[in-house]
Design a binder for this molecule. Structure first.
Ligand SMILES: [Zn+2]
Ligand SMILES: [Zn+2]
Length: 385
């Protein structure tokens, strides 16, 4: 695929201007797609559910978010591709469709920074989102996100340095793919293995609630090319700490597994970096969970909308419920639905009537035509007070 690789060389190298990149992308799109739509592994893959850790650990996601709500909307049922401890990517349905997008992405070296400016609309066709009712994938996942242009501006170190200690990966964007899609970690909103459970299109992507198109593993819609035949994979994107993300082939073309990589899913050796050979840390994408970055070896830049830094734990004895309880027993959802049943209204009606916490009993009374003290009593009883 000469066009795809020349496009990537252009993106990888020092781009003189963004117009060049845009032209290359438009030309490279067909080549990327033609070479990219092949099936993944023929084997079952180990399922990554519950492989979340609060310290760097190979084969796990060192996640900033430590508590997950198992009632978070997402895939709601599963089919025969999912076993007790494995899943089979070949049996899993894909969101149907072939929608093309006006992709705009430029990656430029500006002094000691690498600046990514992008609209996050992928360079390859996507499935139709929201998932249509007629789509077989709808049976498993009712993702009603709509792919939406984002305003991506990442100012990364051109030559990143390894930080004093690895740090956790947030939910949301942890890297950016040369295909103009965000890279997320391996977790879905429930903390489960996202590629195994959620419905993605045939390029492995889907939008989140604000419409950001993203992958949770290596997209099959970029060729895992090697500049040297049988050699190391080429660059496929940048992590938000500035280190490169490469395909699944290591030195001498070895297909990498977790056993070959460190706790953050990378390693250091001589690579082609902006046209120079230098020994530098980098991440690899693999077929094996956690698929991409397990933790940051460098210092991630701030990305609006994602929570990074130290792992977020429930605050013990701080008088606040841990976030996961919101949907669990005794959580707000549960309280609302119990009280609503008691009052003979729908949960949604009660939620709207009382408004955001703290509950507005007078307003609820007016809207529902139920005395305020009755509503208060129903909510207190539902809370077990
Ligand atoms: Zn996702
Ligand atoms: Zn490598």
């Amino acid at each position: 695929m000469p066009e795809a690789s020349s496009m990537r060389r252009a993106l990888r190298g020092s781009l003189s201007n963004s117009a060049t990149a845009a032209v290359f992308l438009a030309g490279g799109q067909a080549a990327l797609l033609a070479g990219g739509l092949h099936a993944a592994s023929a084997h079952d893959l180990p399922l990554g559910d519950d492989k979340i850790t609060d310290a760097p650990r190979a084969g796990y996601v060192f996640s900033c978010q430590q508590r997950f709500n198992k009632n978070t909307p997402g895939a709601h049922s599963s089919g025969d591709w999912l076993g007790a401890s494995t899943w089979n990517p070949e049996k899993k349905p894909h969101v149907e469709g072939s929608v093309t997008w006006p992709a705009r992405i430029s990656i430029e070296l500006e002094g000691d920074r690498r600046v990514v400016r992008a609209n996050n609309l992928p360079t390859h066709p996507t499935g139709v989102f929201p998932i249509r009712r007629s789509d077989p994938a709808y049976r498993y996942d009712r993702n009603n996100g709509r792919i939406t242009e984002q305003d991506i501006l990442l100012e990364l170190p051109a030559v990143p340095a390894v930080a004093a200690a690895p740090s956790c990966v947030p939910m949301g964007m942890i890297g950016f793919s040369l295909t103009n899609a965000a890279q997320y970690n391996a977790l879905d909103g429930r903390g489960d293995d996202a590629p195994a459970h959620e419905m993605q299109d045939s390029c492995g992507g889907h939008p989140q609630e604000r419409g950001q198109y993203h992958y949770h593993n290596m997209t099959p819609c970029i060729d895992d090319t090697r500049s040297q035949p049988g050699g190391h994979s080429d660059l496929v994107g940048y992590a938000i700490d500035g280190f490169g993300m490469f395909g699944k082939y290591g030195q001498d073309g070895k297909t990498l597994t977790n056993a070959d990589l460190d706790a953050c899913h990378g390693h250091a050796h001589v690579i082609d970096w902006d046209g120079q050979q230098r020994s530098l840390y980098h991440y690899h994408m693999t077929d094996e969970y956690p698929y991409s970055i397990g933790c940051f070896m460098g210092t991630p830049v701030n990305v609006p909308g994602s929570v990074s830094g130290a792992p977020q734990r429930p605050r013990e004895g701080a008088g606040r419920r841990p976030p996961e309880r919101r949907g669990g027993p005794g959580g707000r959802e549960q309280v609302l639905s119990k009280a609503a049943a008691e009052l003979g209204v729908s949960t949604e009606t009660l939620r709207k009537a009382v408004g955001p916490p703290p509950p507005d009993f007078q307003q609820a009374s007016r809207l529902l035509g139920i005395p305020a003290n009755e509503i208060r009593r129903a909510l207190d009883a539902a809370r077990g007070r």
